[in-house]
Design a protein around this ligand. Structure first.
Ligand code: BGC
Length: 440
């Protein structure tokens, strides 16, 4: 056997004869405006201009984080290195032109048998200059929602998925508490115009990643290394969530409102080792629970985004080195199960998986990932944990932030030269799984 080879067996999925998934379960996929629309101008587009050469240069180093190995430990590097080391692949540019091709993409959603779709509304389009509303852009999103409804697809909007208008960033963005009023004003505007009759609304996407990547890791804007500022921004985002939750709830009392949390399944490498246990508890609290603990009253569902499991040995991540995906991340899809148990135990709220998936250009692991995740959801459902939906990340191959066009998360592959969409085999597996479940 080759040194790095790993065999992932796809065992026949255990299928209880009783259907565990509720009839109105949300079977869906997710995207974010800046990652798919194309032609945006926000703080991220400026950041890409400034940093694309650096990101291409750092690619080999970044592909092994947090695997902590060498490039030899990342079997897929040979397939992705040409894209990863080319600076132009760190510019979102035309992206995958979802802004103009959304009709076609919604047809594909139907073809995969999905009934819900998470997307974000791009603030920089709606309010490109301070206090000026672009009515044509509001009309665009209205039509967008109409087209989803026409196809009986539940719209699942996110109000903020990391991008902000340039003018807001120049004022200091979420660093300043007094700037929260701008975000609230934007939410009030779209609440009236776009959010009527929504069953679900996500306020913020992954505030922890935003604060950490922008103010500690320095690979997202504004790229400042300042832990104090990271905490401040995180705190302000928590206030922003509370405030917009209350506004939205008044205007749309029937809507279920939550936020999307980036949770890591953090485990002690050596269970019963005092130090590993302690660092696990501390990191779980800081990364996973600090934010939701503060918004218990302002949360109708718990939105979980799951990609990573980390085994902690002291303060270090000591993950198994296989299997590894295209970004060098160790893959443990079933790690979502212990998160379900902990979330439900702590918050007693319905859970919706608002993101979950794998960067896998060759569609080698996605089916296995999906299958293991479905088993984990069934197991949690069978134990009485309320899970209301699963929105796979992502519908389309898209712009993966500081990793640019190198990782491909799509159920649908996109050829960026021709913009041709091709449904990947794993997406058909997902379709068949849903059909089978719903027939039970
Ligand atoms: C983000 C997405 C991102 C995905 C994969 C999440 O942290 O919400 O925007 O593409 O993870 O890395």
């Amino acid at each position: 056997m080759k040194k790095n080879a790993i065999i992932i067996t796809t065992m026949p999925t255990p299928q209880p004869s009783r259907r565990l998934f509720p009839k109105d379960f949300l079977w869906g996929a997710a995207t974010a405006a800046h990652q798919v629309e194309g032609g945006n101008h926000n703080q991220w587009t400026d950041w890409e201009e400034e940093n694309h050469v650096k990101f291409a240069r750092l690619a080999p180093k970044r592909s092994v984080w947090p695997a902590q190995g060498t490039l030899q430990d990342v079997p897929s590097w040979k397939y992705v290195k040409y894209v990863a080391t080319d600076p132009k692949n760190y510019l979102s540019g035309r992206s995958v032109e979802h802004y103009s091709r959304y009709y076609e993409d919604f047809d594909h959603l139907k073809e995969i048998g999905l009934n819900s779709f998470r997307f974000s509304i791009e603030w920089s389009r709606i309010e490109p200059r301070e206090g000026e509303w672009d009515e044509a852009q509001i009309a665009h999103y209205k039509q967008y929602i109409v087209e989803l409804r026409k196809r009986h697809i539940e719209p699942f909007p996110t109000l903020w998925h990391w991008t902000v208008p340039v003018w807001f960033a120049e004022k200091g963005g979420f660093e300043k508490r007094e700037n929260l009023k701008y975000f609230e004003r934007f939410v009030e505007k779209i609440s009236k115009e776009l959010l009527g009759n929504m069953r679900y609304i996500t306020t913020l996407n992954e505030p922890n990643v935003y604060a950490f990547s922008g103010y500690v890791l320095e690979d997202h804007p504004p790229g400042k290394r300042n832990v104090f500022m990271a905490l401040r921004v995180y705190f302000h985002l928590m206030l922003a969530h509370r405030r917009v939750y209350r506004t939205l709830k008044k205007q749309h009392p029937k809507a279920q409102i939550g936020y999307s949390a980036a949770l890591i399944n953090i485990q002690a490498k050596r269970p019963h080792n005092y130090i590993d246990e302690l660092s696990t508890q501390v990191l779980r609290y800081c990364w996973n629970w600090w934010f939701p603990n503060r918004i218990r009253k302002e949360m109708d569902f718990f939105g979980v985004n799951y990609y990573l499991t980390w085994y902690l040995q002291g303060a270090k991540i000591k993950n198994p080195t296989l299997p590894i995906n295209d970004m060098g991340w160790y893959m443990e899809p079933e790690g979502i199960y212990p998160l379900f148990v902990r979330i439900y135990d702590r918050y007693k709220k319905p859970i919706i998986v608002t993101e979950n998936g794998v960067p896998d250009t060759r569609d080698e692991y996605r089916r296995w990932w999906l299958e293991q995740t479905m088993i984990a959801i069934e197991r949690a459902l069978s134990e009485g944990i309320q899970i209301k939906g699963y929105l796979h990340w992502s519908l389309l191959d898209n712009f993966e932030w500081a990793f640019g066009w190198w990782p491909n998360f799509g159920l649908i592959e996109v050829d960026r030269k021709t913009m041709k969409r091709t449904i990947r085999p794993s997406a058909y597996w997902y379709r068949d799984w849903i059909r089978h479940q719903m027939r039970k």
